[in-house]
Design a protein around this ligand. Sequence first.
Ligand code: ADQ
Length: 470
Amino acid sequence: MSRIIVVSNRTPGKGPAAGGLAVALRKTLAEREGFWFGWSGKLVDTPATDVRFEDIDGLSVAQIDLTRDDHHAYYAGFSNSILWPSFHLRLDLATIEAHWYEGYRRVNQQFAHALLPLLKADDIIWVHDYHLIPLASELRNLGARNRIGFYLHIPFPTSDALYAIPHHQELMRDLSRYDLVGMQALRDVAAFTEFAEHQAPATLSGSPLQAIDFGRTEVDAFPIGSDPDAFARLATSPAANKMVKRMELALHGQQLILGVDRLDYSKGLPQRVEAYEKLLANDPRFRRQVHMLQVAPPSRDTIKEYQATSDALDAICGRVMGRFAEPDWQPLTYVKRAYGQPSLAGLYRLARVGLVTPLRDGMNLVAHEYVGAQDPEDPGVLVLSRFAGAAEIFEDAILVNPFDTDETAEALRMALDMPRDERIARWQGLMAAARNHNVEDWSKSFLERLAPASARGTATRDILYLASVA
Ligand code: ADQ
């Protein structure tokens, strides 16, 4: 059987804190052989292509170092100040510095040069996420003929947002050099298709036309998930119980509304707290009866837009405290740090409402984890943004428009007032959906589709899109 080579910006670290994705891919690599390739986390002064292999808890990991300047242009620059905001439809938060593209390209070239000598002819390569869109092109330019797949963990943008990205046509051409492109949701595949169709030569004039040929590229939705049964077990583990006991003491019987996110503007955190403020303002019976806990560890905090989101969240949490807190009651707790999975599982299980309201999200694994951790006899309610990929899967959640804080406040009221029978019925639907989309099946189905046609016994679907290159 072919080896699997997983490539991502960072390789998994030591210790048990790995998320579902790392656990599932570790398992795949253990069954199939292969290694995980990525940046070591180390910054150096001169570019290097030498690769260090390391065994990390039984996983074979190959790492390279990057120069400080390249890393800045590639990671904080092109990836997270241009691609991330544009793909999340936040062009207002994008910073466009043309030279970052060169650093982005250079790092992808460096990855390709370092990876190529490690490859066997029949290795299957699985590249992850927006940092590495050009990797297949760079490998193919060096002569690699392997099957190469790409998985986009974040949403695919609408055509308008894509047009705003410098070098977007090169990026689309880069996508066409993969054999398989996987996206989170059907809406992402539809956005990709729309871009490809709008790029038809007939719609443009006055520029030299050149086709981007997607004839050898399959594009499909492969919604990622978690391991909901593992979360169910974790939620009743001693470590989770410890957290539950701590929180129960603090709650004094109040119902818990829980948010768990990286501190990122895509997660809709200020809007979420505003919705909670409206709940308390509109319906005074909830005061002293509910408590909101928002866990949001800082991420990418060297980027100024992230600092601004953090400031906005500080301000609105302060406003809600000032407006509703009493000497002996606080309406909310805001914790800016990460917790281990057992503690999170305990919090999920305790929460009457899982409030997952990103403005836009590829999938959102917190929604999956919340569902997995519930008590089947007395489950909580998932309030979910309709702009998360998870909304395509979780029909039994209360779906909201996170920009409409009145609607979210009303969803909170419904969730808090929901009778147990309805909570159980909804949760059963949610848990079935979470199991149907578990992360292990996700990994298997992507790799099955990426296997050579001879190994699958099916012919590659033919898709041909024409596009123009100005
Ligand atoms: P993220 O944007 O990071 O992932 P998400 O899917 O919610 O978002 O995954 C977050 C993971 O981090 C979860 O496993 C969660 O438990 C963990 N996490 C979040 N807050 C935490 C905290 N305070 N402490 C500890 N752990 C915390 C990107 C895309 C998503 C997509 C995933 C996977 O943006 O849309 O679902 O990749 O493809």
